[in-house]
Design a protein around this ligand. Sequence first.
Ligand SMILES: Nc1ncnc2c1ncn2[C@@H]1O[C@H](COP(=O)(O)OP(=O)(O)O)[C@@H](O)[C@H]1O
Ligand SMILES: [Mg+2]
Length: 405
Amino acid sequence: MLADVRSSHSFAVRMPSGITGQPVLIVGLMSGTSADGIDAAVTEIREGKVHLRAKLRGHAYLKYKPVLRRRILETCLQGTVSEVCELNFVLGRHLARAALRVIAQAGLEPREIHAISSHGQTVHHLPWGKPPATLQIGEPAVIAEETGILTVADFRVRDVAAGGQGAPLVSYADWSLFTDRKRPRVIQNLGGIGNLTFLPPSARIGEVLAFDTGPANMVIDAVVSELTSGKSQYDRNGMLAARGKVSDSLLSKMMAHPFLGRRPPKTTGREEFGSAFVEPVINEVTRMGLNTEDAVATVTAFTAETIADACRRFVFPRLRGSVSTEVQFILGGGGAKNHTLARMIRERVGRGEWLSHGDFGIPESAKEAMAFAILGYETLRGKNSNVPSATGARHGAILGKIILP
Ligand SMILES: Nc1ncnc2c1ncn2[C@@H]1O[C@H](COP(=O)(O)OP(=O)(O)O)[C@@H](O)[C@H]1O
Ligand SMILES: [Mg+2]
């Protein structure tokens, strides 16, 4: 019976492209490098005059159980082929469950959803590999099978194939959602990795600057977990860091990492800022006799300083000349809830007007899932959605692979 229903949905009927002007509903799914869980966002999208318009209709978060989180992190680091193979299907099921949950929470039925658009889980990102390569898993065939909904997934690989870094991809959605006619804006995401999008006033897509600033929560999470013997996985609301004193000598050692000196386009991941980076930091903490609060304050200041440094070198020089209004900063991602981190970023950046995604009606943690809904929408419309000026790709490209329901 189910099979009959599915085969009656022809590709053309399910494609949103035939209904220009009508809003479509797309579920965006995101599981970031923190491997904390899946954010799912039912997003209503319609065409606008210059940019498309997107409204959040529902947001759900499916937290990974600690054993699954550990399995993901271990597989990212040194998974065997069979472990990667199995995890691809395990995560496909979790992604499908997250999609069905957010649809139900939004008071909708699966048949009202035009598409699911899934980022999946990055298990490896090698923008400097020979050849450059990236791998996201969370099998979209499983998502389409279990939900009966057309699924778009695996966005990064096409940009890499076109000579880009495959990241940051969210900058396209930032451009769609946040470009202002008068104000220059910086959108700073604080996920496992931090990424920055700079939008000059009335930016055309070719004027968007975006790159990874370095780790945002990745090092903080790892240090908190190590120093609390696994009791805490992250510094809730920045409370540990708030009580500590920053070690300037450890901070300047951390700032010497070669990634931070590189010019954009640049992206990074757990390969560079996972245990290979954290273990020597923990050794220094022990050698210097820093207590937990001081260590966490120092790695939090490190994230803030990487962002301030990136602004000074790559963003602020572009604010001279024609741009006269003060730049607005919009923080997002799970790290925006770390009050100490947000305060340190403001202090170290030292200028600007500070806003949150909440000021635009977007919960911090829903933003990236919404961004992938936007990317999936463009794919189904046959439109390019990478930002070559950000990823370094040779040309614009239609991203993603489509699984029919
Ligand atoms: N209340 C909070 N206080 C401090 N940090 C938080 C809080 N909530 C989430 N985080 C941080 O945000 C991370 C998840 O952020 P997220 O945007 O989902 O990143 P990713 O895209 O890498 O999954 C967590 O691992 C944690 O470090
Ligand atoms: Mg996450």
